[in-house]
Design a protein around this ligand. Structure first.
Ligand SMILES: Cc1ncc(C[n+]2csc(CCOP(=O)(O)OP(=O)(O)O)c2C)c(N)n1
Ligand SMILES: [Mg+2]
Length: 304
């Protein structure tokens, strides 16, 4: 396993193959290299899913389906999409996890990068821990505290404008949920970002069709999502939110220097990877039983 995680060729393609990914026995050791190719990102997604299940079960908390929904997006970002080689570099890229209730997926990625120790990860939702259900900016690697939905794009637009004013090359990524796009604050921020031509701002929307206790198409239909953003002056495209390679390609092709801000409308499945959670409202809030946990882990391992 460790070879599969650390193998790679400097400046070129990783030597990790699909069969490595398929046959790897899964551990939760940090992945450090290589970044920027598809196989490690797929493996990162697998490990993120396993960490989500393990920690949610250990802590006895929910939001499992919400975190699984963005596991591939987070993997694509932290395994090549974002420049995050050095957590302390002032010009590294930033992430606003606007759907803060999926923080566990982010903690899993930070652990893989080595920014969070195993001991820290194991404090998730414990008394006095900085690793709560929602992310807290005092924690290393968390750029913005979130959890109150609808505010992340405003923070991201401000951060992108600040980067430009500082002459910094850093990009700002914002991961929005579809449910929070029901909020007017998102669209106010979208107008502001387009007006300012914040080309260094990249939004990904987790279009899983669910929002807590209802399906988005019943609560407040958002389609056609890409055309709405296009009408607001954004560079909009639809991507498969579970295809890490497609997302890495799409991010690579974006112009972060000139032109409008960018949005990737990522089609996703709530609970992706665990059949009995997929598209099920129950898995927004419910914790797993012992049997459900074991079945979920088996399915995630088997899928890769
Ligand atoms: C302003 C605000 N209102 C309500 C909530 C409570 N809440 C938590 S998650 C959620 C909706 C979840 O749907 P979505 O945002 O699409 O995320 P998903 O479950 O699909 O991950 C709500 C209403 C909140 N966090 N913030
Ligand atoms: Mg949703």
């Amino acid at each position: 396993m460790s070879e599969a995680l650390t193998a790679g060729k400097a400046g070129g393609e990783a030597s990790v193959t699909d069969s490595d990914v398929l046959s790897a026995s899964i551990s939760l050791q940090p992945i450090r290299r290589p970044w920027g190719s598809i196989a490690p990102a797929r493996l990162a997604a697998l490990q993120i899913r396993l960490t989500i299940l393990e920690q949610a079960k250990r802590a006895g908390v929910g939001h499992v389906g919400s975190a699984l929904s963005v596991a591939d997006i987070i993997a694509a970002l932290y395994a090549g999409g974002m420049d995050v080689a050095d957590p302390d570099a002032p010009n590294r890229d930033r992430l606003v996890l606007s759907k803060g209730h999926a923080a566990l997926a982010l903690y899993a990625a930070l652990h893989q990068r080595g920014w969070l120790t195993r001991e820290e990860l194991d404090t998730y939702c414990g008394d006095g821990s900085l690793l709560g259900v929602h992310p807290e900016h005092r924690l290393r690697g968390i750029d913005f505290s979130t959890g109150s939905l609808g505010h992340g794009l405003a923070m991201g637009a401000g951060a992108a404008l600040a980067a430009r004013l500082q002459g910094s090359s850093r990009r700002v990524f914002v991961l929005l949920s579809d449910g929070e796009c029901n909020e007017g604050s998102v669209w106010e921020s979208a107008m502001f970002a387009a007006h300012q031509e914040l080309s260094n701002l990249i939004v990904l929307i987790d279009m899983n069709g669910q929002q807590a206790l209802g399906y988005t198409r019943h609560v407040l239909d958002l389609e056609p999502m890409d055309r709405r953003w296009d009408a607001f002056g954004w560079d909009a495209q639809v991507v498969d939110g579970h295809d890490v390679g497609a997302m890495l390609d799409a991010i690579d092709r974006l112009d972060p220097v000139t032109g409008p801000p960018h949005v990737l409308v990522a089609r996703t499945t709530f609970g992706r990877g665990v059949s009995f959670m997929e598209n099920q409202i129950r898995w927004h809030y419910f914790p797993m039983s012992d049997q459900e946990y074991e079945r979920a882990v088996d399915e995630v391992r088997a899928a890769e």
